[in-house]
Design a protein around this ligand. Structure first.
Ligand SMILES: NC(=O)c1ccc[n+]([C@@H]2O[C@H](COP(=O)([O-])OP(=O)(O)OC[C@H]3O[C@@H](n4cnc5c(N)ncnc54)[C@H](O)[C@@H]3O)[C@@H](O)[C@H]2O)c1
Length: 316
């Protein structure tokens, strides 16, 4: 399998490093606006293979024509919000970057599955869909898989149990309107309240848990100026599901067309991921209030897409 990564910053380099450890990836191409930066990183990563050995081939630096034949194109190019700002602050700049990249991806690799991590990720994914002919299952946002990872870790830390025994999702938006559907969250097969009651675990504050989940990215950002390991792990997990045709169910950004009462908006919901990208959307048995919250989240994303597209029109 050939994977190309566009945007060799903190997220892109860590993603390439993760892909190098996957035996099913035989070819990795790294593309960056400043080519020298990508060359430096790839040289550095090349030397790593002398010790641990890369299972696949050593990554190489490329330009857009080198996207040809990619099975997966990962987009990690973009800018960051200022400290204390919101992901929505970089809407215009990042949508412009993704538009530029997606056109090149379609030109050179129209059959690829494109996985976008650039924030605000549901909006950039929808803008990419609007501006290309990629079919919807082949355009995926990394979405709330990272938030889901954080939630599972936070719950497992709080109740002092291995994360493998905790099941749950964060859905909707990778941002402020993200929703935790507690009705599908399970600890050892039980809902959280039942688990805590039967196992004499102290009070479990769901609002506080959501606040901590939402705060996780800001906390890391305020300390080191960027976040990269979590999202890169999420990207590699999605690529692996594609490479191995796993049919893994992961919460990723995809275009909803009536599911959960939402139509025409990219949102993160549990999806079956296999060799053909998003092969199916899973509908969970959400409560009425969770459906309502998801629709509020959809409205927020829809409005941001309208803003992004109208600014594009003004710019032209
Ligand atoms: N979805 C998530 O969960 C998540 C998490 C962390 C970061 N991000 C986002 O990922 C993006 C990258 O983050 P980062 O920390 O790697 O940033 P970074 O500044 O370290 O790197 C961005 C890289 O993209 C390159 N770039 C910019 N425009 C380009 C273009 N048109 N073509 C090719 N390369 C281009 C830059 O040269 C730079 O090397 C940001 O938008 C960030 O907000 C998303």
């Amino acid at each position: 399998m050939k994977v190309s990564v566009i945007g060799m910053g903190a997220v892109g380099t860590e993603t390439v490093r993760g892909l190098m450890n996957m035996p099913e990836i035989r070819e990795i191409v790294a593309i960056n606006r400043t080519r020298a930066k990508a060359e430096g990183d790839i040289e550095d990563l090349h030397h790593v293979t002398a010790l641990c050995g890369a299972y696949g081939s050593t990554p190489r630096v490329g330009d857009y024509p080198d996207l040809a034949g990619s099975d997966v194109v990962v987009v990690t190019a973009g800018t960051y919000p200022r400290p204390g700002g919101s992901r929505d602050d970089v809407l215009e700049a990042n949508c412009a970057i993704v538009r530029e990249i997606i056109v090149e991806a379609e030109r050179y690799s129209p059959e690829a599955i494109v996985l976008i991590a650039t924030v605000p990720v549901e909006v950039t994914t929808q803008v990419a869909l609007n501006h290309t002919g990629f079919r919807k299952g082949h355009l995926i946002g990394s979405g709330t898989l990272i938030d889901t990872m954080r939630l599972v870790r936070l719950i497992s830390d709080q109740i002092e149990i291995d994360p493998g025994s905790v099941f749950g999702y964060v859905i909707g938006e990778h941002g402020r309107t993200a929703l935790i559907p507690w009705s599908v969250c399970r600890v050892c097969g039980m809902d959280v309240d039942t688990y805590c009651r039967l196992n004499r675990v102290g009070p479990f504050d769901k609002d506080l848990m959501r606040a901590r989940m939402l705060e996780a990215g800001h906390s890391i950002f305020s300390k080191k100026g960027y976040t990269n390991y979590g999202v890169s792990a999420a990207i590699c997990r999605i690529v692996r599901a594609i490479a191995l045709d796993e049919r893994a169910v992961l919460p990723v950004g995809t275009l909803l067309e009536g599911e959960y009462g939402v139509d025409g908006v990219v949102m993160s919901v549990p999806c079956v991921i296999g060799r053909d990208g998003v092969e199916r959307i899973i509908e969970c048995d959400l409560s009425d209030s969770e459906i309502e919250q998801l629709n509020t989240s959809a409205e927020h994303i829809r409005q941001l897409v309208v803003v992004a597209e109208s600014r594009e029109l003004q710019a032209n």
